[in-house]
Design a protein around this ligand. Structure first.
Ligand code: PDD
Length: 520
């Protein structure tokens, strides 16, 4: 297993450098004592000896520095993440950094506002990354200058920029700035910025640099907001537990090259998989439809249970992706290929709560997908583009229409209307995903006595629909109160939607009270 080999090698190197560092430290101490013995050289020979001892001490000190930097780099793992206000961390950091910088003629200005969405930080590790950026900026301004910190946020990420007015970097230097052991600074170990980047990546974020010689440098650090990430992630790649930031697949994976794979998403409530049998039945159908064989679904089910227990999950999302596997690029199926199996479980933060209460705005977008949308395939480009177009007009979902105006579903949820007191929805067909929440909602409709008319809505019907709502694994039952600029049902969630939500939550509450899952 390549991952295990990497881990083994990293542990070996870490242990090796740690031992070397201890020897260097002893060496350094002995040299220190030796230089004290020669504190008062009596002749040229002794003076030469002192010179040599001092030089050796300097080299030894440098080896200790490199070893420390190496260990800091190698030990970026097992983060202790907590929802944190970036503003507070930056303030704390600047409290001690700004006065020091000022003595070197560097002024620090911070425009990091309070009230940014919380990000998940291992605070001490993150401070190390931030300090590296600040020191890097300071070192770029030996004659003084200005460091500006500024932050902004969107629903998905918080962006922090560290900008200096220093000497800047040539493009070829900026390009290599994050490469380990690359440094243009005399005495630099070349591990400061790579460690910084590694820390940021380990937080699920990203760090990039732009620079212009004699103008300055701007580091841009992006961190996903806590509500999007969830706290814990349990990840299995081909059955092996890996930290999600280290889960890697080959570039020859057919999922990557062709989108040749399928996926499934389940919700865990109170530590139990919700509507598990239906999700697994759909997974089995998707696999059969794209002819991916050799996946042991019972084992997958068991792995989910083990993951829930070992990660201590209560509210979580399970993501399963199975691709045809890794092989030289050729369209037809390779023979003897083993599917790539990815499974992760991450804590679910129910961001849909307020939207389920108030209702949401959606946007009408053309359905540009293929003719087998009943397969839950990872080919989601058309869904992604439609959802992005909706996001850009401040809508939470895109509802999709065909060329003749027929509504199919939404980019990642199922769509329903209420017309003349009856629920209207497209009958399951290859043009839509047979949503598991959709199926459950239709069962609830039968239970509470609301009739269902299996006919598609048309984009021209939307304005006159009595109600509109969507369903999905994370979203559950969510009212739609606006389609682009048009209000639906007076801009308020309608009574049928409310009754379905109520029924949904009643069954869910019973499910939560059922005994926890045991081993299979
Ligand atoms: N999306 N329609 C589409 C196109 C979907 O992608 C989804 C689910 C649904 C709702 O299906 P279900 O009730 O089984 O979740 C309908 C998943 C959750 C996703 O892509 O993340």
């Amino acid at each position: 297993m390549p991952h295990q080999q990497d881990t083994e090698l990293a542990e070996l190197a870490g242990g090796f450098i740690h031992d070397l560092k201890n020897s260097f430290s002893t060496l350094s101490l002995q040299l220190q004592l030796l230089s004290e013995d020669f504190a008062d050289p009596q002749n040229p020979k002794e003076r030469r000896a002192v010179d040599r001892v001092n030089r050796l001490q300097g080299e030894c000190g440098r080896l200790v520095d490199i070893s420390n930097d190496f260990l800091r780099y190698a030990r970026v793992k097992d983060l202790d993440l907590k929802p944190t206000d970036l503003h507070l961390v930056v303030d704390e950091m600047l409290d001690f950094f700004s006065p020091v910088a000022k003595t070197g003629g560097v002024e620090v200005k911070s425009y990091v506002p309070a009230g940014l969405p919380a990000v998940l930080l291992d605070v001490s590790l993150f401070k190390q990354a931030l300090l590296n950026l600040l020191l890097n900026a300071q070192q770029a301004m030996p004659d003084g200058g200005k460091i500006t910190l500024q932050a902004s946020a969107d629903p998905l990420q918080v962006v922090l920029q560290v900008i200096d007015t220093g000497k800047g970097m040539l493009p070829e230097v900026a390009e290599r700035a994050f490469r380990p052991f690359y440094s243009t600074r005399p005495g630099g170990t070349g591990l400061g910025l790579p460690t910084t980047r590694k820390i940021v990546l380990a937080h699920g974020g990203d760090l990039s640099v732009e620079s212009e010689p004699s103008k300055g440098t701007r580091f841009t650090l992006c961190l996903p907001v806590a509500s999007v990430v969830g706290r814990e992630v349990y990840c299995l790649l081909n059955g092996t537990r890996v930290p999600i930031s280290e889960a890697k697949v080959s570039v020859l994976d057919r999922g990557f090259l062709f989108g040749d794979g399928i996926y499934e998403v389940l919700r865990i409530y109170s530590g139990k998989p919700w509507l598990e049998a239906d999700h697994f039945a759909r997974l089995e159908r998707s696999l059969a439809a794209v002819r991916i064989h050799g996946v042991d679904l019972d084992r997958l089910r068991k792995q989910i249970r083990e993951g829930i227990v070992s990660g201590g999950f209560s509210e979580a999302i399970v993501y399963i992706q199975i691709t045809r596997g890794v092989a030289p690029r050729a369209h037809a199926f390779p023979t003897n290929i083993r599917p790539t199996e990815l499974l992760w479980i991450k804590e679910a933060i129910d961001t849909y709560g307020p939207q389920r209460e108030r209702g949401v705005k959606v946007s009408l977008q053309p359905d540009l997908r293929w003719r087998r949308c009943d397969i839950k395939s990872v080919n989601l480009l058309a869904n992604v583009l439609a959802n992005q177009a909706a996001t850009e007009v401040n809508a939470v979902e895109a509802i999709l229409y065909l060329e003749d105006g027929t509504i199919t579903e939404a980019s990642h949820s199922s769509l329903f209307g209420v017309v003349e007191g009856k629920i209207r929805t497209t009958v399951n067909n290859p043009g839509i995903l047979p949503g598991i929440t959709r199926k459950f909602t239709l069962e609830l409709a039968a239970r509470i006595g609301v009739p269902v008319d299996f006919r598609s809505l048309h984009r021209d019907d939307l304005g006159s629909a009595e109600e509109l709502f969507m369903t999905g694994t994370s979203m559950e039952v969510c009212p739609v109160v606006q389609v682009d600029e048009q209000a639906i049902a007076g801009g308020k969630p309608g009574p049928v939607t409310r009754r379905l939500q109520e029924a949904y939550h009643k069954v869910l509450a019973e499910f939560r009270d059922e005994p926890s899952i045991g081993p299979m």
